[in-house]
Design a protein around this ligand. Sequence first.
Ligand SMILES: [Zn+2]
Length: 118
Amino acid sequence: MEAEYNKHRAAQIMKRVYCSEDRLLVGFLKGVLDGHRIDCLVKNEYLIGGIGELPPGACWPELWVIEESDLPQARTLIASVLKGGSGTEPWCCPACGEWIEPQFAECWRCAQFEGDLP
Ligand SMILES: [Zn+2]
């Protein structure tokens, strides 16, 4: 019984936290989680030809969190990022000077939140 339990523990319990046809957005979100030291990976990152042969959504990029314990934080981060910035204009990160697209509430380079602006 114990061996069976350990085998179960050894298997990584990954959780999918996000899926979108926008590969760049999925990659951006992975960067956000990486910036918060959350282990994650992207599945279906690259389309393998054959578009039109698969049902829609079948090969969308997916963002997975490796550690289940990181899931709540990952969801919070993604939600806060997707909620978008406060406006429709790109904003300049006060921490690193990078220009950020308005749909993002967090700097992709240094993880500064737009909401943290002084
Ligand atoms: Zn920045």
